[in-house]
Write a protein that binds this ligand. Structure first.
Ligand code: FAD
Length: 382
């Protein structure tokens, strides 16, 4: 097989396929995925300013919903943010990929993924000029993480729920297991996703506890309805990252997506960076070696640029008691909205960084000092 073979038709693999087909309409692009079809267990959302206009246009036909406002709530203040917000689901993404002319082969589990060949679990061997490995998160000794854990339940309510825009953080809820907030996406006047999220030290997800918390939250708001879908996740929040060490060991297929640690260090979101990586892939020659070199350079630059965000995480997870995390986040959401937008998009300026840590620092200086160095965490992880 000539062209590009992408193992994993999740977010990163699908966005790479879209970019490749847009840049080189004649290039054969094939995705393989172990799942029987598009996932209904994901809602991939992004803030409108996270993406360049060309990508907003490209994704628009596959979006499940798009809103012009979003909201945050804390015990001491609330705020409507004027940046738009949008959500994509597995079905919409798969339709975009099919429309681009790429081919997706479902129910194909890759047993071995090499630089130019993939062996499926049944023994079939496929070869390609370029192989991308987009099989999702894999623990790595080069990444030390805290965790964002969540369970979301989508309900069809018996009556209109009255939520008019995404509530991306309702932190007025009782604090449990680290920093806790509830996230709401109103897909229609009666359709609502309620997600309970915890920023915790451990990766354990006690789903029944989170479901009970979601049920309580719905009851407090007087909402009754039937569950139509559920999603769950344990996303890494990067405390320390040795990207150079990770990439030095990569000589096979090109890792992309969560597999390569390519996500926003604080939010765990990966859609904005997956779009940037997709553009990097599409601009390279379609061979494994050329794409690997281009993605590695991008990833190393990003890891360097993300040092400040990882420091914020260390302050939040290591310099701050779990029940103090909400106060830090509450203060952050009082900052000017353009700064908040740049934070989500991973484009903080030097002035933004100073603005975040000066004045009243997020945590007392004496607690912040031990958080400054990153390397001890990486040494401990080895
Ligand atoms: C429920 C949930 C909601 C999220 N919401 C957001 C959000 O709103 N915004 C955002 O930016 N990020 C979000 N994230 C975080 C992150 O963007 C996602 O985890 C994203 O899906 C990661 O992309 P990926 O391509 O690296 O991995 P995935 O999307 O997980 O894709 C990996 C794919 O590889 C396939 N696969 C695995 N092993 C094999 C194999 N051996 N052979 C063949 N196929 C294989 C899997 O079936 C899967 O389809 C969310 C994560 C979760 C879990």
């Amino acid at each position: 097989m000539s062209g590009v073979l992408i193992v994993g038709a999740g977010l990163a693999g699908s966005l790479a396929a879209l970019a490749l087909r847009a840049a080189r309409p004649g290039l054969p692009v094939t995705l393989l995925d172990a799942a029987p079809g598009p996932s209904d267990r994901h809602t991939w959302s992004f803030h409108h300013p996270d993406l360049p206009p060309v990508w907003r246009d490209r994704l628009a036909p596959g979006l499940r919903a798009s809103w012009s406002l979003q909201e945050v709530r804390f015990p001491d203040h609330g705020r409507v943010l004027e940046a738009g917000y949008a959500s994509l689901d597995g079905r919409g993404l798969a339709q975009l990929v099919a429309g681009s002319g790429a081919t997706t082969l479902w129910s194909r589990t890759a047993a071995e993924v090499l630089a130019h060949a993939v062996t499926l679990s049944g023994g079939t061997r496929l070869t390609a000029d370029a192989v991308l490995d987009a099989r999702g998160l894999r623990p790595s000794r080069h990444l030390v993480a805290g965790y964002q854990k969540f369970v979301g339940v989508e309900y069809e309510m018996d009556a209109p729920h009255g939520v008019i825009c995404p509530l991306i953080m309702d932190a007025k809820v009782p604090q449990l297991d680290g920093y806790r907030f509830v996230y709401l996406l109103p897909f229609s006047p009666t359709r609502l996703l309620i997600e309970d999220t915890r920023y915790s030290d451990g990766a354990g997800l006690a789903e029944p506890d989170l479901i009970a918390a979601i049920t309580d939250y719905a009851a407090v708001h007087g909402w009754q309805g039937r569950e139509v879908r559920r999603e769950r996740g344990v996303l890494p929040i990067a405390l320390a990252h040795d990207a150079a060490g990770f990439w030095a060991a990569q000589d096979g297929a090109v890792p992309i997506g969560l597999r390569a640690g390519l996500f926003h260090p604080v939010t765990g979101y990966s859609l904005p960076v997956a779009v940037q990586v997709a553009d990097v892939i599409a601009a390279a020659d379609p061979t494994t070696a050329a794409i690997r070199a281009a993605v590695r350079d991008f990833a190393l630059r990003k890891a360097h640029g993300d040092r400040f965000l990882r420091l914020l995480n260390r302050m939040l997870f290591r310099g701050c008691a779990p029940d103090e995390r909400r106060r830090v986040l509450s203060r952050f959401y009082r900052l000017p909205e353009p700064l908040i937008e740049r934070f989500y998009a991973g484009r903080l300026t030097t002035l933004d960084k100073l603005r975040i840590v000066t004045g009243k620092p997020p945590i007392p200086i004496r607690d912040a000092l031990p958080c400054l160095p990153e390397s001890p965490l990486l040494k401990d992880a080895r």
